[in-house]
Write a protein that binds this ligand. Structure first.
Ligand code: ZN
Length: 459
């Protein structure tokens, strides 16, 4: 196996041991880059501005507190009650004022799962969310779709052993404790923000809540003008943004995301609190970061649409679209969480759908037919298998693709599954993007398990 022991959050001792045991992985740059990120996720309450605090590293997302005249305002509520309680305990060391209002930046469960805890820390607590709140998961539910949960668990690494995970790119390793609860909040919002923007006053604090379509259609940012603090929700965190989540999401409107970042910049904020990772403090730093973030996304978007207009297919686009060097070297734009190639593919399918434009692909051969013909060309399935094995050390992607042919042909299924699992582990080790690593490692584990129990897995 591939030295998963070195991936513990337990610390350096294990890492050093495994480096000696497995020298090949001592130089595994993605792994050490992710390890270095863990400092970003240490539990802290950061005083962002006077009477304004942000908790990071307790669960997977940030929760902020603004202390007002006769109570506090909470922005986002963690992924589950355990993390919410941990944050509330810390906030209670600062003030025991009651919660007067909760504002949710968007409907994703990693920001809404602890809403009950904060709602119980006050009376008649106003819970604000944007019009269309949580429509993304409602649409999936209405369609009767559940597969995104399975894929989400793979992406999140929830089925992996803790030592197989480093972090999620923008959050520490965390296993949500939601029991039977779904990803959505237990307590529903009591107040809705309609239209482009709304000014609200809670506990004597004036806030502007602004629609900010981007990661989700129900996204909004909160502008605390008096202190120059902008709460960006998930339209900003320190990583290349997840323009597409591999668990499967509807199109995230990338152009709207760019415009939302421009709208944030118009506020000239002095402090920036993202939905994940530690806040950015200082006006110059904030403006520079937000500008680069927007311009980097815009560059990828424009390169993609230019290529689309030239008739390039998604497979061709990912070969040509590159993040310009000036952005690629910025740590907060590295592909820790989102991945540029996946974003490019999402922009294509978001506008043009599944058809890549090449008529060969209007009615392609079935997987089995293609596999049969490739095997015949190669001189038989045994040769395909040999090629798949030989490719493993240097070309695990080819191994995985050949394994898919062999699986389509029902060729020595358990042996092929184990080989594919080895290839996926190798691909995971080579990838920086934590969501992809988790997905590779999880499917590898499931493939091995299915050879033990003869379960079916269809990755
Ligand atoms: Zn989030």
């Amino acid at each position: 196996m591939y030295g998963f022991i070195s991936r513990g959050v337990a610390g350096m001792t294990l890492a050093i041991l495994s480096i000696h045991a497995l020298p090949a992985f001592a130089e595994n740059e993605p792994e050490s880059m992710l390890q270095q990120r863990n400092a970003e996720f240490e539990p802290r309450v950061i005083e962002v501005a006077p009477d304004t605090y942000t908790a990071v590293g307790f669960g997977v997302s940030t929760t902020s507190m603004i202390v007002g005249e006769d109570g506090i305002i909470i922005i986002d509520t963690q992924i589950d009650e355990l993390a919410a309680n941990a944050v509330l305990t810390e906030f209670r060391k600062i003030t025991d004022a009651p919660v007067k209002g909760i504002i949710l930046t968007h409907g994703h469960g990693d920001h809404t799962g602890g809403v009950d805890v904060f709602a119980a820390a006050g009376e008649d607590v106003q819970i604000w969310a944007r019009q269309g709140f949580n429509q993304e998961s409602q649409a999936l539910a209405e369609a009767g779709l559940t597969i995104q949960n399975q894929r989400g668990a793979r992406q999140g690494g929830f089925l992996l052993d803790p030592e197989q995970r480093i972090n999620n790119g923008v959050a520490k390793v965390y296993f949500p404790q939601r029991g039977e609860k779904s990803f959505s909040a237990g307590t529903e919002p009591t107040h809705t923000v309609y239209g482009e923007r709304q000014h609200i006053k809670i506990a004597g604090v004036s806030l502007e809540v602004v629609a900010a379509n981007g990661e989700t259609y129900d996204e909004q940012y909160i502008w605390h003008e008096k202190e120059g603090v902008l709460f960006a929700g998930d339209n900003f965190y320190k990583s290349w943004p997840n323009l597409y989540a591999i668990r499967g999401t509807p199109y995230r409107d990338v152009l709207a995301w760019i415009n939302s970042l421009s709208s944030m910049l118009e506020k000239n904020p002095k402090r920036l609190v993202g939905g994940h990772t530690r806040p950015i403090l200082g006006q110059q730093q904030t403006i520079e970061t937000l500008t680069n973030y927007r311009d980097a996304i815009q560059s990828v978007f424009e390169q993609t649409t230019d290529g689309m207009n030239r008739g390039l297919t998604p497979d061709e686009l990912v070969e040509t679209v590159k993040l310009p060097e000036e952005y690629a070297q910025l740590d907060y734009l590295r592909e820790y969480y989102g991945n540029i190639e996946w974003g490019v593919r999402a922009i294509f399918s978001g506008y043009l759908g599944w058809f890549d434009g090449n008529p060969t692909n209007l009615f392609p051969l079935s997987n089995v037919e293609e596999a049969r013909r490739i095997a015949a060309l190669a001189g038989g399935s045994d040769i395909l298998m040999q090629q798949a094995q030989d490719a493993l050390p240097n070309d695990p992607q080819w191994t995985a693709q050949l394994c898919d042919y062999l699986l389509a042909l029902d060729y020595e299924v358990n042996r092929v599954k184990r080989l594919k699992a080895d290839a996926l582990d190798e691909l995971g080790n080579q990838l920086l993007t934590a969501t992809g690593r988790n997905y590779y490692f999880t499917v590898a584990k499931q493939l091995r398990q299915s050879t033990n129990h003869s379960q079916e897995v269809s990755p």
